[in-house]
Each structure stands twice: as C-alpha cells, then as structure tokens.
Design a protein around this ligand. Structure first.
Ligand code: HEC
Length: 330
C-alpha cells in the first residue's frame, strides 16, 4: 500500500466515549490522499483499554501503560491451535523481526495476543514461540477472554475509523495493526505483505524517518527485481517464510527434497498437506513430529504445483554441488 492512501490520525477526531457511538458515520472518517503531520495523539488510556495481560513468562503487564504507551508497535491476534492462517502470519512476522534485527525490543515492539486464552497459557505460548524461533522483543500474551475481546474490538474499530481502507472496504478482519501511540498513526496491515515493506513501515515510516535509516542497509539486501519464474515467485511469497535452501527454518530445509521424495508424494503434499496428515501418511507424520507445526494448505492450483515443482527441481540441480549430507535426514 502506498503512503498516500494512508492517513494519520486526526487530532481533531472525537475521542473517548463518543468514539464508538459514531462508528460507521462517514463524517468521522478521515480522508485519503493526504499525509497529515503527526500531532500529539489524543487517544490515551481513555480510548485504549488498559487491561492486564500476562506474558509468556507469566509476567503481568498493562496494555496501555506497559505495551503501547509512547511506542511503535505491531500487534496481532492469534491462537496457537490454529493451523491455517496463524502459522503463516507468525512465520511472516518472524521475517519482519529478522529484518528489523535488534531494533525489535528497542524501538519497535511486537505483540501477539491470544484470542483463546483458556488454552494458550504462558507455557503453551512459550512452546509456540520456540517452534517459530521467535527472538527477543516480541512478546506473546494471554489474559482474560472477555477483556481481550473488548481490546480487539476497540483496536479494530479504532483502525477502521482512522484508516479509510478504500481497497478493502469490507475487510473487517483485523489481523495486524501497526502504529505509533505517541503520534497517533495507526494502520491495519496484512501480515502476508512483503516483510521488507512491513519492516520499513515499522522501522522508518512510523518513526517519521527520525531515526538513522539503518533499514536501507536491509533494503540493499532485499532480493533484486529481475525476471523470475512463476515457481520462484510463488516460493518467495508463499513458502519462504517457513522454508529455505540449505538450512532448516520453521519448516524443513528444502534442499534436495525433489531427489529425496517421490514426485507423486510431493505433488499431493503441496496440494493438500492437511489431508495427508489427517490420513496419517507415515512421512507426513514423521515430519510433523519433528517440526510440530502443520504445513498449511496453501490452496495451490495444479498449475501452481507444477510451477513449484519445476522451481524446486531447478534449485536442486543448481545447488547440486553444495554440501548436502545431513545426518538427521528423515
Ligand atoms: C507456515 C509454515 C510453512 C509454509 C508457509 C510452507 N510450509 Fe512446507 N512445511 C512446513 C512444515 C512445518 C513442514 C514439515 C511437515 C509438517 O510439520 O507438517 C513442511 C514440509 C514441507 C515439505 C516436505 C519436506 C520433506 O522433507 O519432505 C515440502 C516439500 C514443503 N513443505 C514445501 C513447501 C512449499 C513449496 C511451500 C510454499 C508453496 C511451503 N512448503 C509452505 C511449513 C510450511
């Protein structure tokens, strides 16, 4: 999304109790097309519920005072037993965290709040974080179910009012919110967006470019735009948050997978890994046992699968001379 279609919170906005009452009234919506100078945010504790949440380490924190006050933040809502979109989101945000490096926990804070707090106890959250190799500066939180629902609603309504999302007017699905509490700039984002774009929004844009632009270094490292095959494009957008070549990530190293596995197995796996797991395919079960996260069904078309396989075969051929012996191969 371009900056021009993003709106800063308008300090003349009504706030506090009136807010919800007016929700849905157009006159309260900001206009697109201008970037307003950030003003001091009027939305403080009177808007954001200052509920108590519990971190993965069992520490009690206040949502407003401890988590968002004066901070640049990314907040999403998850539940650890979700096996479709949440692992994708978490893996994608993990990439954003990697790009931002040690700025996470210093000037950008990431929060994943469970919407299934009865199941997602601190120890369940800790396990989940391990599976996704979540680094420091990204906190997972649980708490009171009712209060979390209120928080989610408030944040959702809030973002809808300040961000007039023309592209997705019906998208009320709040998955990721990024913002700067101090300046009052908030946006609803898709966690599936290019992680470099998200990292730059969090790292530069929300900081008003006040900081040293150390992100640009990372931009330089971003893959160069060149002619890429459909399979490679798919790999980058749909698979690379969990897989790479030459090392394990959230999912297994894909190096030589086209040599190790039977083509029919691979074809079906790419199409419906969830079904294969449900049918207790022995290899699928062994892989799941090791990686603990079910590979999501990505709804690939038969053509996507063909493209994917030829990309993967190409990579295996290209990397043939790389050291491939891995003692723990299944
Ligand atoms: C959310 C993370 C995630 C995403 C996204 C993902 N995978 Fe996976 N993948 C896994 C996990 C985890 C496993 C191990 C099996 C399991 O636990 O279900 C796996 C297993 C595999 C395997 C089997 C590896 C082997 O050793 O046989 C292949 C092949 C594979 N994935 C390819 C892909 C491709 C291609 C894409 C993109 C279209 C993709 N995956 C997207 C997580 C993911």
């Amino acid at each position: 999304m371009q900056l021009s279609s993003t709106v800063a919170a308008d300090a003349n906005h009504h706030h506090g109790q009136n807010h919800e009452k007016h929700h849905g009234h157009n006159q309260l919506k900001s206009h697109t097309g201008s970037i307003k100078k950030p003003k001091k945010s009027r939305w403080g504790t009177d808007y954001f519920p200052n509920i108590t949440l519990i971190t993965q380490d069992g520490k009690k924190v206040k949502f407003f005072d401890d988590l968002i006050k004066d901070k640049v933040v990314a907040i999403n809502f998850i539940f650890t037993s979700c096996d479709d979109s949440c692992p994708l989101e978490t893996a994608r945000l993990r990439q954003v965290q990697k790009i931002l490096g040690d700025r996470v926990g210093r000037d950008v804070f990431m929060y994943s709040i469970s919407i299934d707090p009865k199941v997602d106890t601190p120890s369940v959250l800790t396990e989940y974080m391990k599976k996704f190799k979540v680094g420091p500066g990204w906190t997972f939180l649980t708490g009171n179910e009712e209060e979390i629902i209120t928080l989610r609603r408030k944040l959702g309504l809030y973002i809808e009012e300040i961000q007039n999302d023309k592209e997705n007017p019906d998208d009320h699905n709040l998955s990721l919110v990024i913002g700067n509490q101090k300046t009052g700039r908030w946006m609803k984002r898709s966690p599936f967006e290019n992680p470099y774009v998200l990292a730059s929004q969090l790292g530069d844009w929300l900081h008003n470019w006040e900081r040293k632009p150390d992100m640009h270094k990372n931009y330089a490292n971003a893959p160069k735009v060149r002619q890429i095959s459909p399979g490679e494009a798919l790999f980058r957008t749909r698979c690379s948050s969990c897989h790479s070549y030459g090392k394990d990530g959230v999912g297994p190293d894909l190096l030589n997978v086209t040599k190790k596995r039977d083509r029919a197995w691979l074809t079906r796996w790419l199409q419906e890994p969830d079904k294969m797991l449900a049918e207790k395919d022995p290899l699928a079960l062994r892989l799941f046992e090791r990686y603990k996260i079910p590979m999501p069904n990505m709804r690939l078309t038969p053509k996507d699968v063909e493209d994917m396989l030829s990309y993967m075969e190409g990579e295996d051929a290209r990397l043939e001379n790389a050291t491939t012996a891995k003692a723990e191969d299944l």
